[in-house]
Design a protein around this ligand. Structure first.
Ligand SMILES: [Zn+2]
Ligand SMILES: [Zn+2]
Length: 250
């Protein structure tokens, strides 16, 4: 499978990057993990507007889902006059209502379900196209999920947004690539059940036995090199920083 970073800025976009969005491809199938602020524009560097096959939303904070409103417009009001068939959208309880009200203040008039086939995520194992995915609740102020995507004997694990979480460690067990948030700075911010710092991301990767760690969701006001060094100090495998337009073969 191939992972491409569409956007990786944490909490709000930077001058260089959109917010969270990651494209996972295998067997010609395209699964998008999250669609935060600015992601829809960046996505068009990597595939056509209508080439996605499924979308997974880790949680309903705007930096992970708000460009779904723009994508609704693109799918519902096609310039050729047609309307796109609904594609599967996996998200927490209430995803359709949240996106509908973010788009307009008349939720009953919503047409979102005409172009999005909403599925409610719970901690479970299921198939999305050629992928087997596992979802687990992680530690965040709202209902939030980490996801493990498996294909061809390889795995990618994406933390979503989370504080320290035993469930995330299990989800990332022996994973080939661990895409883990590191929004906080070790020794600076310490709010439980919100975000990880670089050191905690590295420790989670070590406990899980992950093979490779990619740090993501670092906000523009945080020095990524500090988080990178903090993770390297506690994880022996390869560690790098996510960057827009970067791809990984897994
Ligand atoms: Zn976030
Ligand atoms: Zn969040």
């Amino acid at each position: 499978m191939k992972l491409t970073v569409v956007g990786c800025s944490g909490s709000f976009p930077s001058a260089e990057s959109a917010c969270s969005s990651y494209l996972v491809e295998a067997d010609g199938f395209r699964l998008l993990l999250d669609m935060g602020n600015g992601a829809l524009g960046e996505l068009q560097r990597h595939c056509g507007l209508y080439d996605l096959d499924a979308i997974f939303l880790s949680h309903l904070h705007a930096d992970h889902c708000i460009d779904m409103c723009a994508y609704f417009v693109a799918r519902y009001y096609r310039h050729d006059g047609g309307r796109c068939d609904p594609i599967p959208v996996y998200g927490p309880e209430g995803t359709e209502h949240r996106l509908t009200t973010a788009y307009a203040d008349t939720p009953t008039a919503s047409s979102m379900s005409e172009v999005f086939d909403f599925h409610t995520v719970k901690p479970s194992t299921f198939d999305i196209g050629p992928f087997t995915v596992h979802t687990e609740r992680v530690a965040h102020p709202v209902e939030a999920y980490g996801i493990r995507v498996e294909h061809g004997g390889k795995s990618l694990t994406y933390s979503g947004d989370t504080g320290l979480s035993p469930a995330l460690t299990e989800l990332a067990r022996d994973t080939d690539l661990f895409l883990c948030e590191a929004a906080f700075t070790h020794g600076k911010e310490n709010i439980p059940d919100l975000h990880l710092n670089g050191r905690e991301a590295g420790e989670t990767a070590t406990r899980a036995g992950a093979r490779r760690l990619v740090l993501t969701h670092i906000p523009p006001w945080t020095d990524p090199q500090v988080n990178l060094a903090d993770a390297r100090a506690v994880f022996d495998g390869t560690v790098s920083l996510a960057a827009p337009r970067q791809s990984y073969e897994i």
